[in-house]
Design a protein around this ligand. Sequence first.
Ligand SMILES: C[S@@+](CC[C@H](N)C(=O)[O-])C[C@H]1O[C@@H](n2cnc3c(N)ncnc32)[C@H](O)[C@@H]1O
Length: 246
Amino acid sequence: MAFDSVKHQAIKSDDGSFTAYSTEFKEHYHSTKDGALHESLCKHVLPALKHCQDKDEIHILDICFGLGFNTLATIYALKDTPQKVHIYSPEFDEDLVRSLVDFTYPDEFIDYKDIIISLATRQKYESENLNITIFLGDARTFVRETDIRFDIVYQDAFSPSSNPMLWTSEYFKDIVRLMKEEAILTTYSISLATRIALEENGLKVYLHKGEGFRSATLASKSELEYERVDVQHKMSCNPQISSLKD
Ligand SMILES: C[S@@+](CC[C@H](N)C(=O)[O-])C[C@H]1O[C@@H](n2cnc3c(N)ncnc32)[C@H](O)[C@@H]1O
């Protein structure tokens, strides 16, 4: 397969969709058990879009672009709605982005070939209702420097143990500054250190569980209709755990 390189190899996940393995981070891009498409939809896209269903225009921060599942699954989930969507996604692996023309995406993304080619070749796609921009560079720089305000943040970096710089309290301080008052953050991470970092930057933390996927986390400055995680209680039971720091 032309997509495969020294740094990443395509791997079939349990829902039949392909993800990839990063030899650099020694980690898969998605949970192979939840499945790449299934994980993207269940843990990120569907709860976030449900939260924003009354908005005419949605600004999304997709951390980080990777194989682009969260961006493409967002387009897929919104295909019958008139909502205007702007997606901004940092990604520092330019070779990966350029190789996506050769990646085997699930059938659900069959109509998005033009979008994928445009993103892989010029890191941009524009249509009447959809604007996507990939920023080739460090996500930390992007979140520090942008003045865009977001309705949705997909926090989908590699795990805190292999990519700690995108999970620190200082990083989340920048993320929270970019979130509108009613914005929602989605992440697969259920680690207490992540949840402490979210809460110490002013977010309320919620458990996101459902049929057919492992539990995840949602967070917002405002109240959500999900089970609130009692982070303070968990901290008192685990005093040795604290948020990651730069
Ligand atoms: C778990 S993958 C993202 C998966 C992606 N959301 C998807 O749906 O395919 C993490 C990505 O973060 C990128 N990355 C890691 N650290 C970064 C940083 N500091 N700035 C920009 N991109 C980074 C990696 O190259 C990788 O593509």
